[in-house]
Ligand binder design. Structure first.
Ligand code: FE2
Ligand code: FE2
Length: 141
């Protein structure tokens, strides 16, 4: 996959705390994709550690975002948080696949591509949707 370049125009939501977290997540995904694309053999233990960091960081980000959505009484909260849950279990499945992966390079690339596709789409579509609501004046703040 191609390195994802952060740009405020494309990915920025205008909420600094959330934008910083998204940036950090994209950095971690870029790092994972670099491991998958390097000439050196992939160390499955190391990749597992990177993916674990990503899972932890993503969980924290989702918790933070969900707190904000609750505070906003965001009507689509159930769907949004369900999408978060599904994503986490999918990534955990990938991570567990490393347990007995004969070709960890293919798997590393697969994970990096999945993460990058999902996250960029989620920011551009679902996250931007709550920002629209937030600034539409229909919310309580
Ligand atoms: Fe997000
Ligand atoms: Fe989200």
């Amino acid at each position: 996959m191609q390195k994802i370049e952060w740009s405020d125009e494309v990915y920025g939501l205008g909420i600094k705390r959330i934008d910083d977290q998204h940036k950090q997540l994209l950095n971690l995904i870029n790092a994972l994709s670099q491991i998958g694309q390097s000439d050196k053999p992939v160390d499955p233990e190391f990749v597992k550690k990177v993916v674990n960091t990503l899972v932890d960081y993503t969980k924290n980000h989702f918790a933070d975002e969900e707190k904000l959505l609750k505070r906003l009484h965001y009507p689509d909260y159930p769907n949004h948080s369900l999408a978060h849950r599904r994503f986490i279990s999918q990534v955990e499945e990938f991570r567990d696949a490393f347990q007995n992966s004969p070709d960890s390079k293919v798997l590393t690339n697969k994970i990096a591509t999945f993460l990058s596709d999902w996250l960029t789409r989620h920011i551009l579509v679902e996250d931007k949707e709550y920002v629209k609501y937030m600034f539409s004046g229909s919310g309580p703040i």
